[in-house]
Write a protein that binds this ligand. Structure first.
Ligand code: ARG
Length: 270
């Protein structure tokens, strides 16, 4: 019975953003065309957790599973400005900082909040975007969760290693199930194995467009969001400067807002 529940959710989302169904921890790599695919150009490797529409997600385009989203658009611009080819490595969110420190990826763009703990481990660019948090529940339970107090003792599906884990830990008696990919959280919510989750509002909205039966609750987590930034290996100031230059250019050209709206449209498309 359980298996069928999961399969149904996978099927419901087939072709949209759950391309990872069934092969959870598989790490995927793909080469993205950033318009500078030259034979002799160097390749820079992006680390991301592609479970986060509209930031980074899987989408079938022309019959091919591709990693897209506005973080990926930004990564392509960075590679272009460096005259490099871009390779995208998809992994669980919690693996990203380790991969960066060990040099297996050159930079991380993954809707990542540059919080104090992470700043000890890696360096960050300037912030490039900002979003609020949202509590996601089953639609039929929406009225139960109007305040943060009403979430006390509730079971949460939370992405391991995310700031949402810290937020959930502040809720008295919350039972937290840590999961590698947000797709799995959505499935567990849908099948009733957890009762709530916390994620960035644009991400919640993107999933809700494609998944029936879920809703954003009125309860709003009390979290001082300080935006998203791009991570690089500690001490690599050259890469930070390079990335900030590209972000400045994209801001001046109003490109980031354009990427966000294009990626949101793409995430909503069946
Ligand atoms: N902003 C949150 C954090 O930095 C969540 C990011 C999750 N990103 C992802 N691609 N799943 O912890």
């Amino acid at each position: 019975m359980k298996k069928w529940g999961i399969l149904t959710v996978c099927l419901m989302l087939a072709g949209s953003m759950l391309a990872g169904c069934g092969d959870k921890n598989k790490e995927g790599a793909s080469t993205a065309d950033n318009g500078s695919n030259q034979a002799n150009a160097k390749t820079i490797v992006l680390g991301t957790s592609a479970d986060f529409p509209p930031y980074e997600f899987h989408k079938m385009i022309d019959g091919k599973d591709q990693i897209v989203g506005f973080d990926i658009d930004i990564a392509k611009e960075i590679a272009k400005d460096m005259g490099a080819n871009l390779e995208v490595k998809d992994m669980d969110f919690k693996a990203l900082l380790g991969e960066l420190s060990s040099g297996r990826v050159d930079f991380v763009i993954s809707g990542m909040t540059p919080d104090e703990n992470r700043k000890k481990e890696v360096d960050f660019s300037n912030n490039y975007y900002k979003a609020e948090q949202a509590v996601v529940v089953r639609e039929k339970d929406k009225d139960k969760y109007k305040t943060m107090q009403s979430l006390e003792g509730v079971s949460f599906g939370i992405q391991t290693g995310s700031i949402q884990e810290d937020i959930a830990k502040t809720i008295p008696n919350a039972k937290i199930t840590g999961l590698g990919k947000i797709n799995d959280i959505i499935m567990q919510l849908n099948s009733g194995r957890v009762d709530a989750s916390i994620m960035e509002k644009p991400v919640a909205e993107a999933f809700l467009k494609n998944v029936k039966g879920l809703a954003i609750a009125d309860a709003v987590p009390d979290y001082q969001e300080d935006g998203y930034a791009i991570g690089v290996k500690k001490g690599n100031q050259e890469m930070v400067d390079q990335i900030n230059k590209t972000l400045d250019r994209l801001n001046t050209e109003k490109k980031i807002d354009q990427f966000v709206s294009e990626a949101s449209d793409l995430a909503a498309k069946k």
